[in-house]
Design a protein around this ligand. Structure first.
Ligand code: FES
Ligand SMILES: [Fe+2]
Length: 338
């Protein structure tokens, strides 16, 4: 399954503190825990199953001591060090556990305020999701502020949500008065570039009544998009009229099942005077507008012609969504598609 070879976000970094946290990725129950260290913390993602008698490690606790942090199983108290190996069996304290007495470990890292996990080594060069998308480089430009929004648990497939994120032509209806107006519903789809690593869109434009918090009048706003992962996308919009306001928003999604997913938005903003709380409230409002519509779409899996002929028709403003569907087909993505 190609999806297992990709990095996926599983939880916000701030949720993983001094206690183990359970989560599930692609049907695999995981325990996340944080190991404090001198050179910085390290986050671990292990199978949520003790190799001794199969209890859930996420019900245990994180111990810290002079010999480093350990994850303690809730059942017989076996202690596992950061390398996964059992270090201590309390019922037989002189026993030296062999190497095979170890938890199953997966690759884990932190990026953009989220914990990312990869369940299997890649068999070929796949989407470089952990590379910084060029549109989303708040660290590389001074003055950007970053706010993590979510998680949003959504009753639809991850690809439906990505496609909604790439779609300008719903603004005048779903986000009327916010991101669009039905009297100004026409969009310009811009230039779509498709390559092996994904797609990029530049010069897409929509008319917006209030493109950002401080805007006083409507304007055509140019959007750029990048998709370098089947379940993630980044947009960037810069204010018109020379206003020094820019926003970059990344959508990162954990595919929980064929028709269910959990999303986070990382908003990076430059020059917007809104407070973090206002930015969060704005994103919550916009997503609350999207949710009933995207959850109403049938089928919930995105029709890309994989198992059945595509039964959706397209208009001229759907070029980006068609390019996204072709990209999923090229990658061989099955989870969330049909
Ligand atoms: S089941 Fe984990 S220590 Fe026994
Ligand atoms: Fe929307």
């Amino acid at each position: 399954m190609v999806e297992k070879q990709l990095w996926h976000p599983v939880a916000a970094s701030r949720e993983v503190r001094d206690a183990p946290l359970a989560c599930t990725l692609l049907g695999e129950p995981l325990v996340l825990w944080r190991e404090p260290g001198h050179g910085g913390d390290r986050v671990h993602a292990w199978a949520d199953r003790c190799p001794h008698r199969g209890a859930r490690l996420s019900l245990g606790r994180v111990l810290s001591g002079v010999r480093g942090a350990r994850l303690e199983c809730p059942y017989h108290g076996w202690q596992f060090g950061g390398e996964g190996r059992c270090q201590h069996v309390p019922a037989a304290p002189d026993f030296v556990p062999p190497a095979g007495h170890a938890a199953q470990m997966f690759e884990a890292c932190e990026r953009h305020g989220l914990v990312w996990v990869r369940l299997a080594a890649p068999e070929s060069a796949l989407a470089p999701v952990l590379a910084e998308p060029p549109l989303f480089a708040p660290g590389g430009e001074a003055g950007w502020r970053v706010v993590l929004c979510g998680p949003y648990e959504v009753a639809t497939s991850a690809p439906r949500l990505v496609e909604n994120f790439l779609d300008l032509s719903h603004f005048g209806f779903v986000h009327e008065g916010w991101l669009g107006e039905r009297g100004h519903a026409q969009v310009r789809t811009g230039v779509v570039e498709e390559g092996a690593a994904g797609l990029a869109v530049r010069d897409a434009q929509a008319w917006q009544p209030r493109a950002y918090a401080g805007a006083e009048q409507g304007a055509w706003i140019a959007y750029r998009y990048e998709v370098q992962h089947p379940y993630a996308a980044v947009l960037r919009k810069d204010a018109a009229n020379g206003d020094p306001v820019s926003n970059a928003i990344a959508l990162f999604i954990r595919p929980d099942a064929h028709e269910r997913c959990t999303a986070w938005f990382v908003m990076a903003t430059l020059g917007d005077a809104s407070s973090d709380r206002d930015l969060l409230a704005f994103q919550d409002t916009v997503f609350a507008q999207d949710r009933p519509v995207v959850e109403s779409q049938t089928p919930r899996a995105l029709p890309i012609g994989r198992t059945a002929p595509v039964t959706e028709v397209h208009g001229p403003a759907d070029r980006v969504s068609s390019a996204y569907r072709r990209y999923l087909n090229r990658l061989g993505i099955t989870l969330g598609t049909t």
